[in-house]
Design a protein. Structure first.
Length: 535
């Protein structure tokens, strides 16, 4: 029987829980009521303001759009707070380039534990994207040499080869109807990064590449791990992701063992080790730091370290570039004057036919640096559509950020650098709702852009592959933009959803990125393409 003592015990537990909840609620609401932010409610904190912002935007919109809306609607300062307890972690939002520099460049703050917890099941516990402190420094030291421009420029031939295959695929798609540009674009870009990482072909464009399909599944399922409230579904997805992740780890481990044996043989024969990939460069580190007593074998621990970081390079190296290129082709398709000028630049610098363009890229890869307008187009696309936001936490030994004679509490905060908020602020970029690549061609503005244009972030934790990504996108445009017209299949909005962007009048709800593993296009970016008739 369920006796009186049990009822008293349950009542006591319930009362204790209620008292704790009430105490935390009062504590939180009092703390944030004194800090800058949108209108604050003692009952709801800032949840009501966030809810009102969410109602104006499409479902699953990336959180940075909510921050931008609140920042502009309520004329909030450079740093403001969001009291979201108990639904989500409370946040300190950094909404200016100068303030962002304080925690990214002047005194770099560590990555927030929330990010580590979220990404570790996908990337691994010792990924350069999830670590802090000495482990991150060691990984950065190992990986950074593979991303210096003098090396990445040697990879443009590989980019050209795989983009030409995609060029042929576009000819086929031009005879069909609507297709997912995100789906089609992911294949050549995975082939490119796969060849760069492993030194071998991955065949995502020409065959069913198992590792491509596994990584693609991981990316597609990622949002459900934090979006679903169905615990059975959540843990089933996490279990499936773990299985898929282990399969990818085994693939990478086999590649590592194969290349390690070859590199050791080259060392023993004194013929000189020849790096053929980013994987080789990581293996060099193992060989060079081995003890004098002899070369160490690749143990399971080091193989897992390699797997974690090669996965990170694979996912980061194609996913974010795909997202940016989807928006690039969508905006070129809706801004013919920009496409016209881009094509003219390509003709002037690389010749007018496909074969000449491809050969010039291979022979003179540094010539892509002359594509000033093309680079400006890509920068303007990323101004509107950065791939996400940077999430930091309070560094050890500090409780507040001292900035412009004010003290901002940082302890216990999820500190968000909202790139999108910064990049559509009219104080940073005049006429921010207009797609104007020319703004990046003004010499006097270049120094200003160092803090306010931040899609790759800034400081020590900026994207290692920024130069590589820009080259991949320039090559993709060089070998496609003059031969195909792109027409995004969208339903333009009749009225703007929010004041700070009018792009939805041209590309509908695609103007608002969805929350995924990065900030992504919606519905795979439906696209139509037509051949221009150029030989």
């Amino acid at each position: 029987m369920f006796g009186v003592s049990n009822l008293l015990l349950l009542s006591s537990i319930g009362a204790a829980g209620f008292i704790y909840f009430a105490f935390r609620l009062i504590q939180n609401r009092r703390f944030y009521s004194k800090l800058p932010g949108p209108p604050h409610s003692f009952l709801w904190g800032h949840l009501k303001a966030m809810g009102e912002a969410s109602q104006l935007l499409p479902p699953e919109t990336h959180h940075s759009y909510l921050m931008t809306y609140l920042h502009q609607k309520y004329s909030l300062p450079e740093i403001f707070y969001l009291d979201l307890w108990p639904i989500a972690p409370s946040q300190m939002v950094v909404a200016s380039g100068e303030a962002a520099a304080q925690i990214s460049t002047i005194r770099p703050y560590p990555i927030h534990q929330y990010v580590t917890d979220l990404l570790t099941p996908i990337l691994g516990a010792r990924s350069v994207a999830t670590c802090n402190g000495p482990v991150w420094k060691q990984l950065h030291h190992i990986l950074a040499p593979a991303f210096v421009p003098r090396y990445t420029k040697t990879l443009l031939g590989t980019m050209t080869d795989h983009t030409l295959i995609f060029h042929e695929r576009l000819k086929v798609l031009a005879t069909k109807g609507t297709f997912s540009l995100e789906e089609e674009m992911s294949k050549p870009l995975f082939d490119i990064i796969g060849k760069i990482v492993f030194g071998s072909e991955q065949h995502a464009q020409t065959d069913e590449s198992p590792v491509f399909l596994d990584i693609k599944y991981t990316i597609e399922m990622f949002p459900f791990t934090f979006r679903t409230f169905n615990l059975v579904q959540k843990y089933w997805i996490l279990w499936k992701q773990k299985l898929v992740g282990k399969r990818v780890d085994r693939y990478i481990a086999e590649k590592a063992k194969e290349r390690y044996a070859i590199l050791l043989e080259e060392k023993e024969q004194a013929v000189g080790m020849k790096p053929g990939s980013m994987l080789d460069r990581v293996l060099f580190q193992k060989i060079e730091t081995s003890s004098e007593g002899g070369i160490k074998e690749l143990d399971d621990d080091y193989l897992q370290l390699i797997a974690d970081n090669m996965k990170t390079l694979l996912i980061g190296g194609f996913m974010t570039t795909v997202d940016t290129l989807c928006y690039t082709f969508a905006l070129l398709g809706t801004h013919p004057e920009v496409m016209k000028r881009l094509r003219e630049e390509h003709d002037r610098i690389f010749g007018t036919d496909l074969a000449t363009t491809a050969e010039t890229i291979r022979k003179y890869p540094s010539k892509t640096n002359e594509l000033e307008y093309t680079t400006a187009v890509l920068k303007e696309v990323m101004r509107f559509f950065p791939i996400g936001s940077a999430t930091k936490e309070n560094p050890a030994g500090s409780t507040a950020l001292e900035y412009k004679s004010q003290s901002y509490p940082t302890a216990g905060q999820m500190i968000m650098i909202s790139q999108q908020t910064i990049q559509v602020d009219p104080r940073n970029f005049p006429n921010p709702t207009l797609f104007q690549p020319e703004r990046f061609l003004i010499p006097d503005e270049a120094s200003k852009h160092r803090t306010i244009w931040r899609p790759f972030e800034r400081g020590m934790r900026s994207c290692l592959g920024a130069d590589l990504a820009m080259d991949k996108m320039r090559v993709m445009l060089l070998l496609t933009a003059r031969w195909f017209d792109f027409e995004p299949v969208v339903e333009p909005n009749k009225t703007q959803r929010v004041e700070y962007t009018s792009l939805d009048l041209k590309i509908g709800d695609q103007a608002f990125q969805r929350q995924g593993m990065s900030a992504q296009p919606r519905d795979g970016m439906p696209m139509g393409v037509k051949a221009t008739g150029r030989a």
